[in-house]
Design a binder for this molecule. Structure first.
Ligand code: COA
Length: 163
């Protein structure tokens, strides 16, 4: 983990971030993971990176491969939203988490989650961070349990407006 760093994505990260998002979408055979165009992923990344105060941030992990180059190996998205329960105020949502297969099992996902927590704390107005994972995604659940994060008792519902 020593050669791995995590920070908030900026303009210079967008092209590589889109490639990782592409890899995430293409690697998943879960029916809920759509196959968006790279153009739509680019638009999403730009919107977030250009509006960190209102929209959220991407956390990106990079690993040194030599003195001059650090390759992107993972990312997490942290979006700002609102809630009124249990207290009215800001809430953060982790909507995506991905680590490239070659570096899995090294704790990168755990570090990305902790980096999300740091970002949310730094904002000063976030009361909680929420996210979901598929019931069958046991490897993701192990990451969260290892960090001591307990699953909530909520059941997720969705109205898919694209259908
Ligand atoms: C789920 C995912 C993000 C996990 O990424 P990761 O970087 O491999 O996760 P971590 O390394 O933090 O933890 C994964 C494994 O490493 C172990 N690990 C974590 N830190 C470790 C450490 N310091 N030393 C040894 N092992 C460690 C974990 O216990 C876990 O091991 P296990 O599954 O064999 O029990 C990754 O597999 C992925 O991108 N999957 C596809 C996308 C996805 O499912 N995203 C989540 C959607 S909610």
């Amino acid at each position: 983990m020593s050669s791995i760093t995590i920070r908030v994505a900026n303009e210079s990260d967008i092209d590589e971030l889109v490639l990782l998002m592409r890899a995430y979408c293409d690697s998943s055979d879960e029916p809920h993971v759509a196959k968006p165009s790279s153009e739509s992923l680019l638009t999403l990344c730009r919107t977030i990176v250009e509006n960190p105060k209102d929209e959220g941030v991407y956390l990106v992990a990079r690993q040194s491969i030599n003195d001059n180059h650090r390759v992107m190996i993972g990312f997490a998205s942290l979006f700002w939203t609102w809630t009124f329960l249990p207290y009215p105020g800001r809430q953060a949502l982790i909507n995506d988490l991905y680590v490239t297969p070659a570096v899995r099992g090294l704790g990168v996902a755990g570090s990305l989650i902790r980096a999300c927590e740091d970002q949310a704390r730094q904002r000063g107005d976030i009361r909680s961070i929420i996210w979901q994972t598929a019931l069958e995604n046991v490897s993701a659940q192990k990451v969260y349990e290892r960090l001591g994060i307990i699953p909530s008792k909520c059941v997720d519902y969705e109205i898919n407006l694209l259908k």
